[in-house]
Structures are given as structure tokens and as C-alpha cells.
Design a protein around this ligand. Sequence first.
Ligand SMILES: [Fe+2]
Length: 314
Amino acid sequence: MSTTITSEQAALPTQAEPAHAAANWLTHLQGEVESHPGVNHLLLARLATGPYTRSDYRQFGLQHFALVGFFTTYMEQLLLRAPSSTEKLWLAKILVAEYGEGSDGRDHSTLYGEYLRSVGAAPGEEKSTPLCAEVWAFVGEHLRICREEPFLVGMGALGPGHEWAIPKMFHHIIPGLRRAGLDSSEMLYFDLHTEQDLDHAAWMTEVLQEMVSTDAQREEVIRGARLSLSARYHFWNGVERSIVAKRQPVSTEVVARGLHAIAGKREEVRSPGNLNDLRAAVERFKAGAPWPVPTLSNSPKGRNAARTPSPKQS
Ligand SMILES: [Fe+2]
């Protein structure tokens, strides 16, 4: 189940691709988002068609939950930097929906908690589970984008990079959840979020049409989308590794060499910390501290990791 990027693929510089031409640039960007490896990750294709169980989806959800809870934090950070009340109003409109309007007052984190219980996670397990480094990198990268990059880079990361991408990604996950036996009340988060994000995507498209008029502005939006989707690609790598580690607690090499009895279990997830640790790091970052874990942009190793296979290669 390896999703290792070959050196040939890694050499394809996704972020160095030219910005789309002015005419129909949003349509071209939509196509790029929909064909990006972060949105079409092999894990998602496997979830759509493979025999994954509630136990696998529990493992999936315990990693994914952290991203669900921090999206509003990114938006709040970006809202503070909106250049005028027009952009603030657009972002506030989406934020209100993300806080739970239209979901009987239950925000996305609450709905996701209900999903976690239905796949067997114990109350509070989402806070104590070690999170893989890619989760930390994803959150840190988006906080950095929303605080340090030009405003339109943030818009690209949260609009095309999230609101446009999520319905397509969830389109793979939802049939897998059905196959694992979840009913519609148990997977409400995924159905509802898909529906809502189709609205949010349309709102984001509208605001980008209004705000963006120059090549430089278009390039910023596109760069933000690409940064976000690169982080997403690596996030799915981490989730897949976490599922595999749970399913196969010893490596195939250990089994092949007959060392099962003496090797013990391999490390399930190499983790910088759990959700409580991550929340504390976010608060420290908001107070001005550096992000404690390498992200796709804050280390030479991370910058190499930011390269994802070209959409044409996926
Ligand atoms: Fe949304």
C-alpha cells in the first residue's frame, strides 16, 4: 500500500507550474484542484472501492479529526487580515456556516465526534491518540499561510484548497463508509459537509471573481491552492500509514524472516504529540512562537516534501 513518491515524480515541480491564463482562470484552477494528487490520493481510491472496516475508519477518523477542528482557526486568522469589509463579510458568512449554522447548531467537530463514536472510538480517544507528523505539518502549514503569506494566498488555500477540494475527496470516502456498514445518521458529518461545501465553494468562487483582477493576484490564489493541496497529499500519506500500522502491527519483512515472535510491534505512528499537544502548539503559534514541527515550507527537507506528483502522473 505504498504511496512513496519516486525520485522522478518528486522532481516534477508542481508549484513551479505557470499560473493559468487570465481568461477562465477559475475554471482552469478548478480542473487543477480536481486532478491534484492530494484530492485523488490512492488512499481515497482504495477507500472508495476496498474492503475497509469500521476499525479502519476509526483509525482514519482519529487522525482526520484534528483537521476538522482547525479549519475555523485558519479562517479566523485570515479574517483578521482581510483588506476590506467586503472580504471580511464573505469570510464571516462562511465562518458562521462552519460554526454550525444549518447543522442544528452542531459544528463540524461535534458531528465528527458522533461519527467517531459510531466507528468505535471511545469518548476522548481523539484527544489522546498520537497524531502523525503529517497532521502537525498540515495544521502548521495552514496557520503559517494564513498568518504570513499574502491574503490571497490564504484565500487560495482555504477556498480552492479546501472548499473546492473537500466535496471531491468526500465523494470517495462516502461510498466506503456505506460499504463498512454505516447508516446515514452515522455518516452525517460527511454527507452534510459535502453538501455545505458545495455552497461554500460557490461563495468562494464568487468572492475570488470579485477580488482578483491581475496576474499577480491570480498567481497568489493559485499558489495558496497548490500549497494546501501539497500538504493534503502528505496528510493522506500519514493517514494511510496509520491505518496500515493498525492492520499490520508487524512489518512484512519481519513476517517473511520469521521474526514475528521476537520483533514485537512496530511503532504505530511516529508522533510529535496528541490533539491536546497540537492545540497547545496552535495557541503558542498564535502568540508568536514558531511551529515546533517541520512543515512543507519551514525546512529544506519540508520544501522537498512539498513537491507532489504532477496531476498527470497520478
Ligand atoms: Fe466549508
